[in-house]
Design a protein. Structure first.
Length: 132
């Protein structure tokens, strides 16, 4: 991945997760560099407007995370396209994720089910979910 592309992807993640959502946490967690990490995004005019990553899970399976859409592109179904793409092509079951609580029903449309209690991550309620 070209350095400019990486920068724009990370900027999108920071702009939404750290700035917009007010969650001060280490967005650069080192997992982006894992050799099996898969980064998927959609660009508009050379700028990423939607992104997610897929990581290998310890013990098997995949983890979907960092699902993000730029404010200017929300409501266009871009995150849906990305999730469908990775579930079809990039993920090894079981597929896990930590959904922001208000998005649990949205992830349910893809076959994810809640697997535990609500927990707080960086001041935002999340639920563990899995798709087999």
């Amino acid at each position: 991945m070209a350095p400019g592309t990486l920068y724009r992807l990370l900027r999108l993640r920071v702009d939404v997760f750290v700035v917009e959502q007010g969650a001060a946490y280490p967005e650069l967690d080192g997992r982006d560099l894992e050799p099996t990490a898969v980064h998927c995004w959609i660009e508009r005019d050379g700028e990423p407007v939607a992104y997610l990553r897929v990581l290998d899970e310890a013990g098997g399976g995949s983890r979907v995370g960092r699902v993000v859409t730029a404010p200017s592109a929300r409501g266009e179904g871009l995150a849906t396209r990305l999730v469908e793409h990775v579930l079809e092509r990039c993920c090894t079951p079981p597929v896990r994720l930590g959904a922001q609580s208000h998005l649990a029903e949205w992830y349910g449309r893809f076959g994810f089910v809640r697997t535990g209690e609500t927990y707080e991550e960086d001041g935002i309620p999340h639920v563990p979910m899995e798709r087999r």
